[in-house]
Design a protein around this ligand. Structure first.
Ligand code: EPZ
Length: 418
């Protein structure tokens, strides 16, 4: 079974570049479905989730070609509107083809996304929003069937919660609707802004970028676009925490530091020094880790995708900290694994009480999910002895060459296939 083997105690220093944002690139690829012709998306990371999205698009009849970090999607001859269960089950983000398919073809059949191990991952907001736009949604044999034979009509949609996926699906459904759509309580993650930018370059008329209220004036047709994905703030944040744990100085480039303002604030409060310059942040720490409470929230709050990585840092703080997970209902599995390395953490519902310890010990551990897996590798960087992390497929979903990038900073880390 493949594993990542890391031997702790090595200092980290140097510079590493974040790739394109996974949580943007997947949606930019889906947006290409909205227009006949070939869209070109640059700075797409070479990760398995992108492979799955490419297969989803090819299954619909689009032609997808990839060279280096550029993906070309020709949606001229989309022949199907159905996405099979086996692909959606691999990656629930496949659900974002729903909006573009029903917008352009008036019909979509997408397998219900299973839950995953961080929560039930419901789609009620996606469905209710599409129904407001005139889509008839039904559920049969594990599929969502969305039909709008007369086309979509603009409407006012207020999201119960600023869901990233629901905002994206409704954005992509509304750009070809008749009339004006307003999405209120929309998600404000930077990846939404990136999608708005690509849709705008395709000819969409969207105002309110970056705010909680997006207004979309439907147009009749869109044209393909060429777009460069923003840098991955979560990959960048993961490497910044590596620098915080090992002491650094570590420089992370290739992303917009303003996309990580809350994380940088919390790393500063935890005793790290940071120098922000253009598309790079250099982090170092010479003082003991200061305990800092965090609560995950929709952007610009503390990102839930950085919760496990930050918990790894708090595990070694000089004191107690409380980590509250407000976005997903079951995103503390990482805690169970890092406790095997000697961390002292008590979970009570949505709260984790982290009592800092002096050191962690290397141990065999298993990635519970994408970010928890990355955080276990981070913990291994500063644990005494060897840590063997299994469940590597989770990590490969969202990190291109994770061990190679860490090794380039001086870490003693490698992939093992046996
Ligand atoms: C996106 O997931 C990201 N994934 C997640 O990153 C990220 O954690 C999340 O946004 C929050 O930032 C991608 O972009 C591919 P949501 P998404 O809809 O869109 C509930 C990673 O590690 N909800 O904002 O699924 C839902 O169950 C991944 O890269 C409903 O109840 O997130 C969750 O508890 C993990 N009904 C909360 O809202 C709905 O209709 C936030 O979900 C939709 C969502």
């Amino acid at each position: 079974m493949p594993s990542i083997i890391v031997t702790g105690g090595r200092p980290l220093s140097g510079s590493v570049r974040a790739g394109g944002a996974k949580n943007s690139a997947l949606k930019l690829m889906a947006a290409a479905l909205l227009a006949p012709g070939e869209s070109v998306i640059h700075n797409v990371p070479a990760i398995s989730d992108v492979d799955v999205m490419a297969r989803v698009l090819e299954g619909l009849g689009a032609r997808v070609t990839r060279e280096d970090h550029t993906v070309r999607v020709d949606a001229s001859d989309v022949t199907s509107v159905e996405t099979p269960y086996e692909l959606v089950a691999q990656m629930r983000a496949s659900i974002v083809v729903l909006g573009p398919l029903v917008a352009r073809f008036g019909h979509a059949r997408v397998a219900m996304p299973g839950g995953c191990n961080i929560g039930s991952r419901k789609i009620d907001m996606h469905v209710h929003g599409l129904e407001h736009l005139g889509v008839d949604v039904s559920f049969e044999h594990g599929f969502i069937d969305a039909a709008a034979p007369e086309g979509l009509r603009g409407a006012q949609v207020i999201l119960d919660f600023p869901s990233v996926g629901a905002t994206e699906n409704l954005l992509m459904a509304s750009v070809l609707a008749e009339g004006v759509t307003v999405i209120d309580n929309a998600a404000r993650e930077p990846e939404i802004g990136d999608l708005v930018d690509m849709l705008t370059s395709m000819g969409a008329r969207i105002s309110g970028r970056g705010s909680s209220t997006l207004e979309i004036e439907g147009v009749r047709t869109l044209t393909p676009a060429e777009h460069t994905t923003i840098g991955d703030r979560i990959e960048a944040g993961t490497f910044l925490v590596a620098g915080a744990l090992a002491g650094g100085p570590v420089t992370v480039t290739g992303f917009d530091p303003s996309h990580l303002e809350m994380l940088l604030n919390k790393l500063g409060a935890a005793g790290c020094e940071m120098v922000v310059a253009g598309e790079s942040v250099t982090i170092s720490r010479t003082e003991p880790v200061v305990p800092v409470d965090i609560a995950t929230l929709p952007h610009p709050g503390f990102p839930t995708d950085m919760q496990a990585q930050f918990m790894a840092l708090m595990a070694l703080a000089q004191g107690d900290s409380v980590i509250t997970e407000n976005v997903f209902e079951n995103r503390f599995m990482f805690a169970d694994e890092i406790k095997r390395m000697g961390a002292d953490i008590d979970i009570e519902g949505h709260r984790a009480l982290v009592r800092g310890v002096d050191r962690l010990e290397g141990a065999p551990v298993c990635s519970p999910d994408l970010r928890g897996g990355a955080a276990l590798v981070l913990a291994g960087l500063v644990a005494e002895g060897q840590t063997v992390v299994t469940g590597v497929h989770h990590i490969e979903r969202g990190y291109e060459d994770f061990t190679g990038k860490l090794a380039s900073l001086g870490a003693d880390v490698r992939m093992s296939e046996e």
